[in-house]
Design a protein around this ligand. Sequence first.
Ligand code: SAH
Length: 353
Amino acid sequence: MSDKKLSFFDLTKDDFREILSQHGFPGFRSAQIRRWVFSRKTPSFREMTDISKSDRAKLTGLFGESVFSGRQVTETASDDGTKKILIEWPDGHRVEAVLLRDERDHRTGCISTQVGCAMGCKFCASGLDGFVRNLSRGEILEQIVRLNTLLPEPHRLTHLVIMGTGEPTLNLDALLPALAEATSPDGLDIGNRRVTISTVGIPGGIDKMTAADLPYKLAVSLHAADDATRSQIIPQNRFFGIRPILAAAERYFRKTGRRVTFEYILIAGVNDSAADARRLAELLNRKTAIVNIIPYNPVPELPWETPSARATLAFVHTLEEAGVQVKVRFRKGDGINAACGQLRRSYRSPAAE
Ligand code: SAH
């Protein structure tokens, strides 16, 4: 008999119930196990103490020691409470997921949607080795559950950002069912409005999200206010240009009524001048857009630099003067390679060689 196990998180709730019933488990077991996993943060079958020993042994036979398919390779923590984990899947490929905590007591999970990334943004560590494969629905959900399980009782994840490795709009078929479980009352019960999907800005991908009438927030990685600059750092921009992306974001706003966040990483000498700030203000619809300024997080292999705090504040000030709503996100996780894609690169897996 093959010892390939079933993947708990790849099964829908109904499929899980069905499989348990086929194997002769009592009807209430599926809800009981889901409660252990999602509410009681107990992934290991052995520790599900109100389940009979024989059923626990049967579950281990079907799924393995725990509901997780992957193996956690490392966990790193920084002083600001950021934790980063690297997970290796049975095929040897690895992804990273990050837990961020802030002064407002937000506990935010940042998760990956793909192994590697095909977008090739020039400033980003995730795309340096190219694209490997999409993650499955279960692999996405497992990252979220693992981050939630890291939190000491009675804490739970309060927010989710789809800002790890990968382009989410190219893997919506796996991402959306995973998010449905993460936000479901009998899943992790994270508020819909506390989930943000960040895209490099593919108009067709944004339109797919609009058509699905999602309850989530949309963030677009704009990072430049003119096509020449944007194409220099985001090669995908050559295919679409900024205008069609803004038009798609506007359609998302009209359908959902939720303002769209435009992320703008400030890179010294590339996109951080006063003229850039003024162009950005002219480009955006002040009523529907929020700008999130993020000082660039340097990647050792890459030449880009972070502007000074003074230059950052001047940029923010120019936007505010022009009536744009601005948030500034200072870096978290310094010292633990928490910048996008860095951990995965510093711990190469055999599959990545
Ligand atoms: N592909 C999606 C989501 C993953 S990247 C997207 O492009 O939005 C999440 C965010 O991190 C994006 O805004 C991305 O441009 C940004 N990012 C990537 N590398 C970074 C770095 N070194 N410093 C700061 N932000 C970075």
